[in-house]
Design a protein around this ligand. Structure first.
Ligand code: HOZ
Length: 428
């Protein structure tokens, strides 16, 4: 970490709460100022002090092709000279919607928005309007953005900063959200036995990435589909992270489960701000102007975001890099686990494809409670050592690490060797 970043952080804190525009990146839980970024190419990211790091954050998921992929850059450059926003329909939006419908198994119709938060918030409104019910079921440690109904027992920054429930969310609203442990079929049945006829929707990250990566039990995921169907509640998959990440059609393709609604973001914007929600036509047609459920946005379907997203999805379709990403994921995370074992550090890794997390824990991490029991002090020392060695990780034990097609085997080896050195310096 360098002087320039420290000075910028100091200045930023004068004008921006906490010096950042999204809490986790402030690095509060690792006790240090964040590196301020000057640029990034491929799998490498550079800070304003001239340090270069192997990037395992990938902007928290979107950069599956690596940074500044030439075809994505060309698509943006081609479009930018024609204007950056019209607030009117464009052909690019139709191409994007068509591509999403082709690639994501359950989606028949889709609406573009500007962030993952907007996508989940809108999907919840649609579910409530469609079912004429109020209650939402979610899982402890799953994070679906910062909309009022979804901040209850949330992961990501809420977990990282230890915020129990955000002030500003009215109790009257929060009481309609039921949060239960992930991977617990028992808790699921209890919730539906008790509140079934009142439940509008169950929302889930099919592979949670915001309490660190947690692997879903397949029978549990299947149970979500069955129980929501039995009670007339909608099943919403929040695939903002997993969409186009764990398979071309997301977790729903990987596990063969079709939700009623799907929320997307990150990869579909190729690194520009974007979100989307979609699903069965019969449900989606309830949105205004076809139906009465309202949601809107001046920048929705923004031409630059559409151009970057379409270019990204086109490459993913053509190159189908998923097997290769799986191989790289295995190389990285099994390497980390072996290195921890060799150093006598108790650690476990959870991984699906190219997303994964190393937890400093002696037992398997299958839910939020287990993730929270992992050793946060060890993570803090590990994070700092890795950064010093040129490896850029998310500054929180409750986030996912992401690989891209630009990460080479050599880079992965460097990450594992750096981790090995870091583990040897940690106090057991
Ligand atoms: N909430 C995201 C992580 N799961 C974004 C964090 C950030 O950009 O600071």
């Amino acid at each position: 970490m360098g002087k320039q970043s420290e000075l910028l952080f100091e200045k930023a804190r004068r004008y921006i709460p906490g010096g950042v525009n999204s809490p986790v990146r402030a690095g509060k839980s690792v006790g240090m100022a964040p590196p301020f970024i000057a640029g990034a190419t491929g799998a490498l990211i550079r800070d304003v002090d001239g340090n270069e790091y192997i990037d395992l954050v990938g902007s928290w998921g979107p950069m599956i092709l690596g940074h500044a992929h030439p075809e994505v850059v060309a698509a943006i450059e081609k479009k930018v000279g024609e204007g950056t926003s019209y607030g009117a329909p464009t052909e690019l939006e139709v191409i994007m919607a068509d591509t999403i419908v082709q690639m994501v198994p359950s989606v028949e119709m889709v609406r573009m928005v500007n962030s993952g938060t907007e996508a989940t918030m809108s999907a919840i409104r649609l579910a409530r309007g469609y079912t004429e019910r109020k209650k939402i079921v979610k899982f402890d440690g799953c994070y679906h953005g910062h909309a009022d109904s979804l901040l209850v027992s949330a992961g990501s920054g809420v977990a990282t900063l230890g915020i129990p429930g955000s002030p500003g969310v009215p109790d009257d609203l929060a009481r309609h959200t039921i949060s239960i442990p992930f991977n617990s079929t028992e808790a699921l049945h209890e919730a539906f036995d008790r509140y079934g006829p009142e439940i509008a929707a169950l929302i889930v990250e099919p592979v949670p990435g915001n309490m660190g990566v947690v692997i879903p039990d397949k029978a549990f995921l299947k149970g979500l589909r069955e129980i929501t169907g039995e009670h007339g509640s909608l099943l919403i998959f929040d695939e903002v992270i997993t969409g186009f990440r764990v398979a071309p059609g997301g977790a729903q393709e990987l596990y063969g489960i079709l939700p009623d609604l799907t929320c997307l973001g990150k990869i579909i914007g190729g690194g520009l701000p974007v979100g989307a929600y979609g699903g069965r036509k019969e449900i989606m047609l309830n949105m205004a102007p076809e139906g009465d459920i309202y949601q809107a946005g001046t920048l929705s379907g923004n031409p630059l975001a559409m151009a970057a997203g379409i270019a990204t999805l086109k490459i993913l379709k053509q190159e189908d890099p998923y097997q290769e990403l799986e191989r790289k994921g295995e190389l990285l995370f099994s390497g980390l686990e072996d290195a921890a074992q060799d150093a006598g550090i108790r650690a476990v890794t959870n991984r699906v494809g190219s997303m994964g997390t190393l937890f400093f824990s002696e037992k398997p991490v299958t839910d939020f409670a287990a993730a929270m029991e992992s050793d946060q002090g060890l993570f803090r020392s590990y994070y700092r050592s890795m950064l010093e060695q040129g490896i850029y990780l998310a500054p929180s034990p409750f986030e996912a690490g992401f690989l891209s097609i630009a990460h080479t085997d050599e880079m992965i080896e460097r990450v594992v060797n750096s981790a090995s050195r870091a583990f040897r310096t940690l106090e057991k």
